[in-house]
Design a protein. Structure first.
Length: 441
């Protein structure tokens, strides 16, 4: 079947038995309580998913298979002469649950290179859209056009045995991850570079080749792409893009359909589009203040004005985290190493010092600290990528690693159709009056 697929099957067989035994012995045990506020306010904090690939701790931040981002920066294999982890290594870790060797990563790079061919009809579909179309819309349309290549859809239609669902989902996931950089780079060059496209370089790693196809040959930018693709890959299972991919996949929609749905969620301003909103907000602040390096005092006044207008400061706050996002810290360290005097990067750092105290003073915000979106745009602009509407596409390419690894595990575990119970406002009132005994059934 293939070295990585065999390894995954070996792990999945063992863990599937463990899950069945856990359900057999402990399936009737309660794992928590649901409060009425959670039912009405986005199901925050309700434990309702199993996601193998990563776990988010409110204080420590994201851990991939138990490893923090600083640990992964040290332990994961790197490109020759590079210092940032290769995303291939993180995918291997999320999929298999073991740190990869250099050979494992080189093998995965070569597998994705072999699987990266994009059919011509996908490019034709992109070209059918107005060039003014938002990059995320073009990205999702391209993913849907790629769905013609789904092995799962073809094999399911032919009568695929339930125990083999994971196999076809694995192949689709590997194909899709391999093809996404080519598709995303095509959209970038079409929209921003007069349609002057760049062919893939089969000697480069996955993220390095993505940078190359977009037209960035600077080694620093390739390093940034390796870091970016690693730290944006996953954030446990409850965020919109991950949960949507999981939910749609639970209907046995193939990985192309499932991932496209997840990307529609990522395109929302409360999720992945936030990285676009951050850099837009900073550009607007600099223009209004008439300086490319506002003072902390100027930033404080502008932040207060933003809040007084009933707006949010983009890039600050998180549904789970209660401290500075380690992904922000990783990007800040990258900036200190590669571009310490860049005015835009320094502005991001000044905002970091100015905003949390203001948000804390309001008394209503649980997390006044920056998240991953607060820094990424400034690093990209440093290397010349000022087209901030495209930033969420970068996020989407990265997020494929985590959500598709998770989808492989969903099918390996045989998770059923996801279908939570919903209730009406009238039923809530009856329950509060003690007249309804079926609450929560």
């Amino acid at each position: 079947m293939g070295v990585i697929k065999d390894k995954f099957k070996e792990k999945a067989d063992v863990m599937s038995v463990e899950v069945k035994e856990i359900l057999k012995q402990h399936g009737d045990k309660k794992i928590g309580e649901v409060f009425l506020s959670q039912v009405y306010q986005g199901m925050r904090g309700i434990t309702g998913l199993v996601t193998e690939t990563s776990l988010l701790d409110a204080q420590e931040g994201i851990r991939f298979r138990g490893y923090s981002i600083p640990e992964l920066q040290k332990k994961l294999p790197k490109a020759p002469g590079g210092s940032e982890p290769l995303p291939e290594g993180l995918f291997y870790l999320m999929l298999v649950g073991e740190l990869p060797t250099d050979e494992d990563v080189q093998h995965l790079t070569s597998v994705w290179q072999r699987r990266s061919h994009v059919p011509n009809h996908v490019f034709a579909t992109i070209e059918a859209l107005p060039v003014t179309t938002h990059p995320m819309t073009q990205f999702v349309v391209a993913i849907m056009a790629l769905q013609t290549e789904s092995q799962f859809a073809k094999k399911y239609a032919a009568g695929l045995n339930k125990k083999d669902y994971w196999d076809a989902v694995f192949d689709d996931s590997m194909d899709l991850i391999a093809r996404l950089p080519r598709v995303a780079a095509y959209i970038y060059r079409r929209k921003y570079k007069k349609g002057e496209h760049i062919q893939p370089n089969g000697l480069l790693d996955w993220a390095g080749n993505f940078a190359h196809m977009m037209g960035y040959e600077d080694d620093g930018f390739k390093e940034l792409m390796r870091l970016y693709m690693t730290i944006h890959a996953d954030h446990e299972g409850g965020n919109v893009s991950a949960h949507t991919t999981h939910l749609v996949g639970s209907a046995l929609s193939d990985p192309y359909l499932s991932f496209a749905a997840g990307m529609n969620g990522l395109a929302g301003p409360l999720h992945g589009l936030a990285n676009q909103e951050v850099i837009k907000w900073i550009f607007e602040m600099r223009e209004e203040l008439g300086t490319e390096l506002p003072s902390k005092e100027q930033i404080i006044e502008y932040v207060k004005k933003t809040l007084q207008q009933g707006k949010v400061v983009p890039g600050y706050g998180h549904a789970v985290l209660r401290k500075t996002d380690p992904r922000f810290t990783a990007q800040m360290e990258f900036g200190k190493k590669h571009m310490p005097e860049d005015p835009l990067v320094k502005t991001v750092w000044n905002i970091y010092e100015a905003v949390p105290p203001i948000l804390q003073s309001l008394g209503k915000i649980k997390n006044p600290w920056p998240n991953v979106d607060a820094h990424s745009g400034a690093l990209l602009v440093h290397y010349g990528m000022e087209e901030y509407e495209f930033y969420t596409v970068l996020f989407g390419v990265s997020r494929s690693l985590g959500v598709l690894a998770s989808l492989c595990w969903d099918r390996a575990f045989g998770f059923p159709l996801e279908r939570p119970k919903s209730i009406t406002n009238a039923q809530v009132k009856l329950w509060l009056d003690g007249k309804d005994e079926i609450w929560g059934e």
